[in-house]
Design a protein around this ligand. Structure first.
Ligand code: 1QQ
Length: 393
């Protein structure tokens, strides 16, 4: 991994943020803590004070399918980092119960009660649109690990994500499905009540237009719906080549099952939300042939991936997924940002997170820009015999 040198604009932002610290009690406390500054840099960095990191994750309710893997991934990484020495981390995990209100409370706790140096999470974009502005105004760097909706990095200077944007995932999975399956006419089904799935819908229609694929059915539903017969009857009547689906796993399970029960055999194509063994487990045989675009693959020959999978399985007795892999990577990115100037104050972490260039991670080569956006190559996978396999498109 390389770090960019601090640009004039970065320095100006730093000075502005430092002056903002004079009016915000939280930022003043965080930015003036000399005990969080150590000696040496990079691998040689040593900080005496324990560095607190908050993780706000959905550990119960709808998004727990991802949040529980995220908790495991981040705990494994901080365990490894603590064993490596030099910097001792304390991870404080809060459950946002898949609710915006609880996510706000959890952010408030880690920001003001625990005075963390950085926050990882939340799990869903739906929460991030409310809680990231809170982190921004408190001057606390926040690193989203699965917040893939359009516009997340625009929420502020302290807001970052290592979450492959859904538009990048879909821009890979739809052309790969076209190349492999030769699709020309499709149905688009999407959850219009969730920020992430609704924003993905815009990308889907753009990518389909670019790929010259005709949309013959275009239907929406809402997150809590359980009966999709009205939409699926239209899909069946249209005899499409594929169904492009933008849904969270809670709706994807019943929707795909109901489609297969109606004898809709067309392949189903999606993005980040599909990249979950929980979904495959729920769907059983109905998951076969699902095509997903995402940020990580167990099949990928990325740096440290085989070791990560082995250590994860050893610790948790189950295979990791994309959500665990992104959370694991986030901890290492925060560690690198802390070690760059051997300074775990919020300003330093924020500044150095935005300087991560070409980090060779289990997700592949990944960079974060000063604007908070990630760049990495997506992986397209297909479910075969109950397992995700890389799809050569
Ligand atoms: C988002 C997502 C979800 C599918 C993560 C679990 O990508 O909310 O942005």
């Amino acid at each position: 991994m390389r770090f960019k040198s601090i640009s004039g604009a970065g320095l100006a932002a730093l000075l502005l943020a430092a002056s903002a610290a004079c009016v915000s009690e939280d930022t003043t406390n965080a930015s003036s803590d000399d005990s969080l500054v150590g000696t040496g840099t990079g691998d040689e960095c040593e900080i005496d004070e324990t560095v607190k990191i908050g993780a706000v994750l959905s550990l119960t309710e709808g998004a727990a399918f991802a949040g529980l893997y995220q908790q495991e991934g981040i705990e494994l990484a901080f365990e490894e980092l603590n064993a490596a020495g030099g910097v001792e981390y304390e991870l404080i995990v809060e459950d946002d119960k898949t609710s915006v209100e609880d996510s706000v409370v959890a952010f408030e706790k880690v920001i003001n009660r625990d005075k963390v140096s950085a926050i990882v999470g939340p799990t869903l974009s739906n929460m991030a649109f409310t809680t990231f502005p809170d982190a921004e105004s408190a001057g606390v760097p926040a690193l989203g690990i699965s917040t893939t909706a359009e516009g997340i990095p625009d929420l502020g200077d302290y807001i970052f994500r290592n979450s492959l944007p859904e538009e990048v995932a879909l821009a890979a999975s739809i052309p790969a499905a076209k190349a492999t399956l030769g699709i020309t006419k499709v149905a688009v089904l999407y959850d219009s009540a969730d920020e992430f799935t609704a924003s993905a819908y815009n990308t889907i229609t753009d990518v389909l237009a670019e790929e010259d694929i005709e949309v013959v059915v275009d239907e929406s539903f809402e997150t809590a719906d359980t009966d999709f017969s009205a939409q699926l009857t239209k899909v069946k009547d249209a005899d499409v080549d594929a169904v492009i689906l933008s849904a969270l796993p809670a709706a994807t399970g019943p929707l795909v099952k109901q489609a297969r029960d109606l004898d809709i055999t067309a392949p189903i194509v999606g993005g980040n939300a599909f990249n979950s063994p929980v979904l495959v487990g729920t769907l059983e045989d109905a998951a076969e042939g699902l095509i997903v675009g995402g940020a990580w693959s167990a099949d990928a020959d990325t740096t440290g991936n085989a070791e990560f999978i082995a250590n994860y399985m050893e610790k948790y007795d189950r295979e990791p997924d994309q959500f665990a892999a992104q959370a694991y990577t986030a901890a290492y990115m925060i560690d690198q940002a802390v070690r760059a100037d051997c300074d775990a104050n919020r300003e330093a972490v924020k500044d150095n997170l935005g300087q991560i260039l070409e980090y060779d991670s289990i997700l592949g080569t990944i960079s974060l820009s000063e604007s908070g956006e990630v760049s990495q190559e997506p992986f397209v996978q297909i479910v075969e015999n109950g397992e995700f396999k890389l799809l050569e498109g």
